[in-house]
Ligand binder design. Structure first.
Ligand code: ARG
Length: 586
């Protein structure tokens, strides 16, 4: 293990001890250290402290400075303005810090693991059985996968739950149809994703048509729902066929998305059927839910729906049936008491936020959620078309997810083909997939999740601007420099003075771990994309100003190659946490 204390952390520690040596009030005070344009860091915390201690801020700042040992890490410190501190880091300290990160062979770039990690159960990538996946499901999958990557990196234990929609009255109609038309659904083992979905679509349409036109079929379908709910063996077998066929389709889409989904983490709504009566009983016994017109419901004073009307949560309908809320409440019990989660994270469309507000509040009243076990819904916004309206095809239909991904890959192929003429068709195809899928993921992740965003393929695969292609291209360029260096190996030379562009790049590289921790804690993947974009920009200005292979001395060449390589490793690590690949050549 080779963890490295970040420069900002060691400066913060030094400042904190200088601060507490000046005033008793200052013990534990935050020096509010920030990166700054004027120096390397600025500390703004003295102003607030001076106020508290009724001291003159400039005098207090001067006193802190006198107690701050300049030396190995802090080269220079000065008081500025009403009482800020400007701090400059020694070149040697920057290079030594980066060299320690470079030497870490655990693949963590020197970033330490969290001291006391918890267990987060992430509910994400939850399509519905016998239904086509749409762009909303894309967001949940992409954001959930990125959050999981970041949380894992911090040392948090994560468990995935794909709460697929695999239960409900619509199965009565589907199963009844299949029973009357055996063989309409080819066995799951014999179809690929596309065939599976087209079979499911055909069966869905045909059974819907019958259901709407034939009252006798409708009645048989209704009876079939009852058979399904009471666990009739033949009915369950047919239901399982729909689930299996759908999984073939789901897996093919997730594979296209370059995303790994584990079978034991697909735990759909139906998995909680057995526990639902118990959930209802517990809630009623505790008085959290009450009987109202035969139904079992939870009332809230403070939660209101549309038109500001109070809405109750229905745990059990008057006819005894359970629905979406009961399955989610039962899932909470399972995740808290079975999986021992400390955090429940849901990545679900913001339009379901009222549902989750009520479910969480109910679980809190029941004591299943509390100060030690918390739940959050990362409600994400809508994907919009170029016209700013919810994304639809020209014919007004929902866009099929696979078509969208295929188109992104196709556009990426054009970009790849243009860039590198010496690639074989196979290589182009492989890279186009990494670029196209990366572009879709990055565009999704780089806006704050709660906001809507426009799905604009031209912008997504653009080489200029805040896109994954730009980052992948920066990465590939570095690889090409490293290849050109041939026998000359990257090596750190802490004795060298650094150019301003090298310092800026170096300090940013040092901040990688702190950024991932912050982005993970705030469930904000866009903070990591912003970091990576800035990393590529800082690298570009370094490269423009500082010759690498033609630097003044052999030591300088090695040191700059080392900065290049560490930049590449940081880029690929960061992108990897987000589920985006960085091809060696573009
Ligand atoms: N299957 C649902 C949908 O497509 C999302 C499920 C979200 N997760 C949950 N625990 N309710 O809208």
């Amino acid at each position: 293990m080779a963890s490295v204390t970040s420069l900002s952390d060691s400066v913060r520690q030094q400042l904190a001890s200088a601060l507490s040596a000046t005033r008793p009030e200052a013990v534990g005070a935050d020096p509010l250290l920030r990166r700054s344009d004027r120096a390397d860091f600025q500390a703004n915390g003295i102003l607030a402290l001076a106020k508290k201690a009724k001291a003159n801020p400039r005098e207090l700042a001067t006193e802190v400075v006198s107690r701050l040992a300049t030396g190995e890490v802090i080269k220079d410190v000065e008081v500025s303005g009403p009482g800020f501190l400007n701090l400059t880091i020694a070149d040697r300290a920057i290079t030594e810090n980066l060299a320690a990160r470079y030497a870490d062979d655990t693949g963590r770039l020197g970033v330490p693991l969290a001291g006391n990690p918890g267990t987060t159960v992430i509910d994400y990538a939850q399509p519905n059985v016998a239904k086509e996946m749409h762009v909303g499901h894309l967001r949940s999958a992409v954001i959930g996968d990125a959050l999981r990557g970041m949380l894992d990196f911090t040392g948090e234990k994560t468990i995935g739950r794909h709460h697929i929609g695999d239960w409900g009255t619509q199965f009565g109609m589907l199963i009844q149809y299949l029973l009357e038309h055996p063989g309409e659904l080819a066995p799951a083992s014999e179809v690929d994703g596309e065939q599976a979905m087209s079979n499911l679509n055909r069966v869905y349409k045909a059974s819907r048509a019958l259901f709407d036109s034939d009252d006798e079929f409708k009645e048989r379908a209704r009876k079939r729902v009852v058979a399904l709910q009471s666990g009739d063996k033949e009915t369950l077998e047919l239901w399982q066929q729909f689930v299996d066929e759908s999984k073939v389709y789901f897996y093919s889409v997730f594979e296209k998305l370059d995303m790994e989904i584990r079978d034991d983490e697909i735990v759909g709504e139906s998995a909680y059927n057995e526990g639902m009566p118990e959930t209802a009983r517990l809630l009623e016994e505790m008085g959290v839910a009450v009987r109202s017109e035969g139904a079992l419901v939870v009332f809230f004073d403070d939660i209101r729906g549309k038109d500001d009307q109070p809405v109750p949560l229905i745990v059990q309908k008057a006819d005894g049936g359970f629905g979406y809320a009961a399955s989610d409440l039962t899932a909470i019990r399972d995740r808290v008491f079975g999986l021992r989660a400390t955090t429940l994270l849901y990545v679900v469309d913001v339009r379901q936020s009222l549902h989750f507000k009520m479910v969480f509040e109910t679980a809190r009243r029941a004591g299943w959620l509390n100060d030690d076990v918390t739940a959050h819904n990362m409600g994400y916004g809508t994907v919009l078309g170029a016209d700013g309206k919810p994304f639809k095809t020209r014919e007004g239909e929902t866009v099929r997810l696979e078509d969208l991904l295929d188109e992104a890959v196709q556009r990426a192929a054009e970009v790849v083909r243009e860039k590198a003429r010496d690639l074989t068709e196979d290589e182009i195809r492989e890279r186009a997939a990494q670029v196209g899928i990366g572009a879709v993921k990055y565009a999704d992740l780089s806006t704050s999740p709660s906001r809507d965003y426009k799905f604009d393929l031209d912008q997504m695969v653009s080489l200029n601007g805040d896109t994954s292609v730009y980052l992948q291209y920066a990465y590939a360029r570095i690889q090409s420099i490293l290849r050109k260096a041939g026998e000359v190996r990257p090596a750190a030379h802490p004795e060298l003075e650094l150019h301003a562009a090298e310092r800026a790049l170096g300090l940013h590289l040092d901040a990688f771990g702190d950024t991932v921790f912050e982005a993970a804690a705030e469930y904000a993947p866009h903070k990591l994309t912003a970091y990576l974009y800035q990393l590529a920009s800082l690298y570009t200005s370094f490269y423009d100003r500082c010759p690498v292979l033609k630097a003044d001395s052999p030591a300088q060449v090695e040191n700059r190659l080392f900065l290049c390589d560490l930049t590449a490793r940081t880029l690929t690590k960061g992108m990897g946490l987000l589920g985006i690949r960085t091809p060696e050549r573009l």
